[in-house]
Every structure is written in structure tokens, then in C-alpha cells.
Design a protein around this ligand. Sequence first.
Ligand code: AMP
Ligand code: ZN
Length: 462
Amino acid sequence: MSIQFYNSLKREKENFVPIEEGKVGLYTCGPTVYDFAHIGNFRTFMFEDLLKRWLTHLGYRVNHVMNITDVDDKTIKKASAEGISLLDLTTRYTDHFMIDLEWLKMLPANSYPKATNAIPKMIKLIERLLEKGFAYQERDGSVYFNIRSFPDYGRLTHIDIKAQKQGDRVSEDEYDKDAPQDFALWKGWKESDGNVGWDAPWGKGRPGWHIECSAMSSDALGDHFDIHCGGVDNMFPHHENEIAQSQCATGEPFVNVWLHSEFLMVDGGKMSKSLGNFYRISDLRELGFSPESIRYQLLAGHYRSKILFSLDKKHESERIVQRVSDFQLRLIENNADQFSVGLFPEAYSEFKNRMNNDLDTPRALATFFEFMKKINSKLDEQKISEMELGAAWEFLNVFDSIFGFIQSNDFEISQEIEEQLNKRNQARLNKNWAESDSIRKSLHKKGWIVEDTHDGQKIKKA
Ligand code: AMP
Ligand code: ZN
């Protein structure tokens, strides 16, 4: 079965066929770095991480581009309120974002283009839109996109632009779906912009938010690429406007598949600072959450369903991910890693089919947990073959390369343990399995687990 995605543009599931065989160009709208990213933002980023990991597992070479929105209405306002430069503000929050991303064990994107580094590309796009008659200039040096000039405007979000009075326009980046309007491609400089501004043929100013993603995506992935993601709130106006700008400027289709993740809610409903239910990753770290348990809460629901993040689920989610770590330990104790020959158990096919069905994580997790239960009972009864152990080991490793639930513990090892490891390595090179096994057992008694991977032996705390 090939992989199917629910394409927001078509509002149905379809088989995924990349533009270039074996390769996927993936663009994900990144953070607006005016503040810390919150757990809701990370629901979307985690879904995108899962998508990339799954495509990679299927053998695709994924080129993942995540932009950093480092100039827009919000960043300028916040920098000015704090009396610091735009660069100082956005560097601070970009750094925090990268720390959170790593702590949550998300794989880094292939590139993180910053909007402020792509201004010439944006100016070129706007020039093309003006030349082709899709955009018009205003006296204050702003340039607007004329939504009536693009017959497909509203296709993504099914909005009707007939109600729009010709020429109604909006300079803010975010506005209501009920009021589709001509939107700003370029915003003429105003005093409130301070020293933020770039020279353009129609006057000094700064780009609108939407043109930033049109420019950065085509710069990195070409004018026409495979997949574009974001949260549902990005659909209008952001993605609707990206489609309009890019298609009108290039005359080509823009993106084949649009994927949108639903909102994360928190205890008490919608997240808001005033309700005090607004969690940053650093807040959750302080409350003792592990990255794995957060990953579980973010991935256990299907990406197109709303999920509820709750502090009360901490204990339960810790317990669930612990079971996966325990399972790994048990397999290692039974030398499963030594018996793996690249064969998967039957349950893996079901897991794969479920993941291929628009990343159905709730059902894929159910398959894995059921499998784990079955293998654990076989181990209890000591009725398990070496082949079954090896296949379980393979499945567990694939599972963890997608979900990342196994606890990673940072530690330092003493010289004595280091020596034991070297000795064991040598024993393995000499094919002295008895000695290698006995060293492993003695290390286990001292509280260490040694596993043999394709990249050599790895050690972790028991
Ligand atoms: P921003 O930093 O506001 O540009 O948002 C970054 C990403 O987070 C975008 O893809 C948003 O759609 C997404 N996002 C924002 N709030 C939530 C939420 N509560 N749940 C899920 N995704 C969200
Ligand atoms: Zn974007």
C-alpha cells in the first residue's frame, strides 16, 4: 500500500506521488520569533517531524525547510516595546526555539532560512506580480495583491470573495476569513517601524508576512514542490495568500499536497496567557516532564484531531513511555539485538499500513503496544524463539526512530567502565562471544546496559 495523505486543497485522501522519484521537498512554516514557542506550536512542529521521519523510513530523501519569521508586525512591535533591535530580539527567541527543538528530540530541518536574508527574492517576486498586473502600488509606498485578479483565490479555504468590495485592503498580516481583502505584499515604511526597512523600487518598507514564505520556499525547493505544512490557523489568510502570490508570479502550480494539523488545547480550553494555561517547553521541563512523555502527548492523537494537553496526564504519559524503555531493556537482556537479521514481525505490516494511512498514529500505536504485550507474555512464559526476538528488536528500533519514546539518559562513564567496554569490543572482534557476554552481564550488575547496534556497542543506564 502506498502512502496516502489528506490533502487540504482537495479535502480528500490521495496517494502521495512525489514530483521527483524518491525525493520529497517539504516546507513547514516555522516560528515567528517574537516570543517563546508554546506547546501548541510544538504540536504542529512535532507532527511535521513525524511526517519527515516516516517519509525517511519509507526511503524518501526528504529536504525539509523550516523558515524563521524574523520580521513581521509582531516582531517589530515587541522589539520596539523592549527598546532593543529587531535582530537582538529575534536572535534571542530563535536560540530558545532551537534549544527546545533539540530537547524534544526533534530532528533538525535541512535548512532554516530567515526572512530577513531573503528580502531581494521577495522584491523580485513583487516586481513580477506588478509587471503581470496582479498587484498595485499605493501612495505610501505599499504594494497590494489584487485578489480578484486570481480566479482561484479562495480554493484552499473555500471562501467567497464576491462579498469583497473592490479595492478593500488590509495591511495587517492576520485578518478574518469573513473579510477577504487585497493584502499587503510590501508595507511602506511608517514611523512605528523604527529602523526596520529595506529599499525597494516602490519605496522603503518591509515585506508582508505571506510573501516571505512564498520567497523562502521557492528559493529552497523550487517554484513547484511536494508538501507544505502548518497548523490549521495558517490556512487563512497565510496559505491562501501564498498560493495566490506564487502561482501568479511563476505561472506554475505551487504545492502538490497541503497538510494541516489541528489545534492543541490545554486544560480549560484554548491556551491564553490571561488564563494562565499557556505552557512553554521550559515551564514543562521545570514541572518535571520528560521530552518522551511530551512527545507521547503530542503524537498519540491524530494530527487532524484536536488534542488536549494536560498537566494531569504527566504521570500516565510517563508510565506509557517507560513501558517502551522497559521493553527495550528486556529484549536486550534476552540478547534480541544479537538475533536480528533484518526481518520484521507481522505486526509491523499493520503498523506500516496504519502510518501510511494519513499518519494514523492512534492506531499505529495501538498495534505496537499490542505487539509489545504479546512479546512480553511470551518472555514471561519463556516461549519465544530467537527469530521472534530478532524481529521484535527490529520493530522496536523502527518504532523508536519514528516516535522517540525510549528515554535517553545523559551520563558520564568512569575509566573503569570505559576499559570494560574496550575489552568487550576486542572480545567481539575476536569472535569471543562467551567473554563478550560475560562482560555485558558484569556491566549489567553495575547498572549499565550494553547494546550492539549497527554502529557498534552503545551503553546506557539500566
Ligand atoms: P507562529 O509562531 O505563530 O507563526 O506559529 C507557528 C506554528 O504553530 C504555525 O504552524 C501555527 O499554525 C502553529 N500553532 C499555533 N498555535 C497552535 C496550537 N494551539 N495548536 C497547534 N498548532 C498551533
Ligand atoms: Zn509560512
